[in-house]
Design a protein around this ligand. Structure first.
Ligand code: ADP
Ligand code: ZN
Length: 740
């Protein structure tokens, strides 16, 4: 066969380079870059994505493309995004493609249709008929009993499963024209089927109004413009998002809204649903492949125009995209760090906005230093919301010196006296308390009193956490567990020297029960929210008053709105300050501000107690006043002094493998080669073990490069032809979240 056109195709089955195929004349008009096609590899049929088209091919014996699967074609804007990602984040087109096209799309699901069984006669006639046949055909009557209750029909599967009925009687009733069946598209997302009361747009405050006006201007003139909304907690950012979304929809444009995974709860979704009264696709990590597949296609076909989701929702195939919102833009969960490409969804959002001429909104009470810097420099438009529209009084914040409390107590204590008093008052008054501790488990480690070392996972470089309810020591990185009592120290072999240390959320909960009799507590951490729906359930319980105190890890820091919470306690405010990283101050500042912002969001004024052994620490004090501007100025100075982002760009390269020496040597060689290529335009730190020096039996080393031009270093890395050595894995992390 001869061809006029050739296509380089990336097969879905992971092969690292594209393969050439001939394009038969009959499909030339249908094929383009991004098309999904069906091809053969060694005689087996499979699917792939067209990377490029050209009029020549070097391949001598070439196979034809079998078919263009226009149904799931990647749009041009996503295709451009993939190319940009692969060069900026220094990964193959393949890997970028894999992030954009969820693996579920490549599976051979058919669009799901099910049979709906409905009555084919009037309700009255059905009742009469049912009684006529009851004694002679009891099984048919049983079916009709169910249909009589379900006046809008019932899915066949549901009818059969729940009611222990066989197909026979249903079939007979259809043949006798008493019932009928029709095929319907099934919605798996249960939320879609719920009705919500419609809420009206709120009358905006002056600040909100000004912000929205500028955003509306960008939307209506199809401008790529990035707006950063810096608004204190509770200042009504969400209201602005909602009105901006309505605006975009009124122009027939699609919308993507990114929220941290934790916010994908009923609380946020109810708010959107009740306001927008339109279908909304909700993308969270607990969706099944089937659900993801269905949603992807509905978005692509414009059946759904609003997408809300965590990180990867930024790749949704929304046609005619007009608005992208990144809520809590400072959130680290927007960054993918464990797998290539190590992209940041906020940066992708801005790039996608540029490619599609969309308006981008970034919002936060504590913007990332980078974003605020960009806004200050005029790259983004800055909007500031300085007050809460409904509750004018900010919560009253008090910092408690835990060193004093420990002296008073003659040793370690979880709670200060004042915090306990205030909790007691809340329980008596029927108001609610939120307690924050960034560690789960009962004890966070077990330390040997002879060698002072903690007991670590056998496979990872992490301390084992004790979980009292299950009575296990477990590794929070891999699933390794040990059952206590452990007699001997793993490190020095001493006997009976192991002591538990470091309280976690589980211990906080138990202690509260021993202090306050009959107190009702709820707990949110990764242990209590393993199952689908469990998080929503706990939130619902707390909101409806089924708990006096909610204890949680950083999962409870974000975006939650509990009107009856009037007290927030931060148990150990300095825990994240000790992490040796250039972002640890930023992280601590935003965490404290966000958690404190959960207090006093209803009619009642709120209070916040911050417990710390460093009560005079500048970061803790600035956070307690929600003084972002001063924090930003101070932090920026420090970043400039040490030439950290935003004044430079960092690239972290992680090497891992089972053989420690081999990994380390490889990293050294790599560093030398790369440094030589870059010829001084990037500086390199020494090869050091990663913060987690071992994970799942793989030793990990890193090099950190600092410079200005990311594309330059990306190109150089690519030209180094990264090891095909299967024993050393290399991961490139451009703009890493942390340096360790
Ligand atoms: P943020 O997202 O900035 O933390 P929210 O959007 O959740 O703040 O707003 C906090 C509270 O203020 C919500 O209960 C919201 O309904 C209310 N709110 C926001 N804007 C207005 C307004 N213009 N008028 C009255 N209430 C408002
Ligand atoms: Zn482990």
């Amino acid at each position: 066969m001869t061809f006029k056109l050739f296509a380089a195709v990336i097969p879905d089955r992971l092969i690292n380079k594209p393969l050439d195929y001939g394009v038969p004349d009959s499909i030339i008009s249908k094929i383009k870059a991004g098309s999904r096609v069906s091809i053969t590899i060694r005689g087996n049929e499979c699917k792939g994505t067209v990377l490029t088209l050209s009029e020549t091919s070097k391949i001598y014996k070439i196979e034809p493309i079998l078919e263009v699967l226009s149904e799931d074609c990647l749009s041009e804007d996503l295709f451009k995004l993939i190319s940009w990602m692969s060069s900026y984040y220094c990964t193959s087109i393949n890997k970028s493609l894999l992030s954009v096209l969820p693996s579920s799309i490549k599976k051979n699901f058919k669009e799901q249709r099910q049979l709906l069984i409905e009555k084919n006669v009037t309700q009255l006639k059905l009742i009469t008929y049912c009684e006529e046949i009851r004694s002679k055909y009891p099984k048919q009557a049983k079916v009709l009993d169910i249909i009589l209750i379900n006046t809008n029909g019932i899915l066949l599967t549901e009818l059969l499963q729940k009611n222990q009925i066989t197909k026979g009687p249903v079939k007979t009733l259809i043949e006798n024209k008493i019932l009928k069946s029709k095929k319907v598209q099934v919605n798996n997302n249960s939320i879609e089927n719920e009705e919500f009361f419609q809420t009206k747009p709120k009358i905006l405050s002056g600040e909100q109004q000004n912000t929205l006006q500028e955003i509306d201007k960008s939307i209506s003139s199809n401008l790529f413009e990035t707006h950063l909304i810096h608004g204190i907690t509770g200042s009504g950012k969400t209201e602005i998002y909602l009105q901006a979304i309505s605006k975009a929809l009124s122009f027939g444009k699609g919308v993507i809204m990114l929220v941290p995974e934790i916010s994908l709860t009923m609380q946020t979704i109810e708010q959107l649903k009740s306001r927008l009264q339109t279908k909304i696709a909700i993308l969270h990590h607990k969706l099944s492949d089937r659900e993801r597949f269905d949603t992807w296609h509905k978005i692509r076909k414009k059946e759904i125009q609003v997408v809300i989701g965590a990180r990867s929702a930024i790749f949704s195939p929304v046609p005619n995209l007009g608005l992208i919102i990144v809520d809590e833009e400072h959130e680290n969960s927007y960054k993918q760090s464990d797998e290539a490409p190590c992209y940041h969804a906020r940066d992708i959002a801005v790039m996608r906005g540029k490619i599609t001429s969309s308006t981008v909104i970034l919002g936060s009470a504590t913007p990332s230093i980078e974003s605020y810097f960009n806004a200050k420099n005029g790259k983004y438009k800055l909007h500031t919301l300085t007050h809460r529209p409904i509750n004018v009084t900010r919560p009253k914040v008090e910092i408690v010196d835990m060193k004093d409390e420990m002296k008073k107590n003659g040793g370690f204590t979880l709670f200060s006296d004042i915090l306990l008093q205030k909790i007691k008052k809340r329980i008596e008054d029927g108001e609610q308390t939120l307690l924050f501790l960034n560690r789960r488990g009962y004890y966070t480690c077990q330390v040997c009193s002879s060698c002072f070392k903690t007991q670590k996972c056998h496979h990872c470089d992490t301390s084992l956490t004790y979980h009292k309810s299950e009575n296990i020591l477990s590794c929070h990185i891999c699933s390794f567990t040990l059952k206590p009592p452990i007699e001997k120290c793993i490190n020095c072999g001493a006997v009976e020297t192991l002591k538990y240390r470091g309280p976690g959320t589980e211990q906080v909960e138990r202690s509260l029960h021993s202090i306050f009799k009959d107190v009702k507590t709820l707990r949110i951490d990764r242990d209590t929210t393993k199952h689908k729906g469990s998080l929503d359930k706990i939130f619902k319980q707390f909101r409806s008053g089924k708990g006096d105190i909610l204890i949680g890890t950083q999962m409870i820091a974000k975006g939650l709105h509990f009107p009856n919470v009037t007290l927030v306690g931060i148990l150990n405010a300095d825990s994240s300050l000790n992490i040796p990283d250039f972002r640890s101050d930023e992280h601590t500042f935003s965490l404290i501000t966000q958690v404190a912002g959960r207090s006093g969001r209803g009619d009642l004024p709120g209070e916040v107690i911050i417990q710390s052994i460093l009560p005079n620490h500048k970061v803790i004090n600035l956070a307690s006043n929600e003084n972002y501007l001063e924090f930003f100025t101070m932090e920026l100075k420090e970043r400039e002094m040490f030439d950290y982002p935003p004044f430079s760009k960092l690239v972290k390269i992680i090497f891992s493998g089972k053989d420690c020496d081999k990994v380390k040597n490889y990293a050294e060689d790599f560093k030398n080669m790369l440094a030589a290529k870059l010829n001084g335009s990037f500086t390199f730190h020494n090869v050091i073990p990663c913060g987690y020096a071992k994970i799942k039996d793989n030793y990990r080393f890193q090099i950190m490069a600092k410079g200005i031009d990311v594309s330059l270093i990306s190109q150089s890395i690519k030209s180094l032809q990264i090891s095909k050595l299967s024993s050393v894995r290399v991961l490139i992390d451009v703009n890493p979240i942390s340096t360790w």
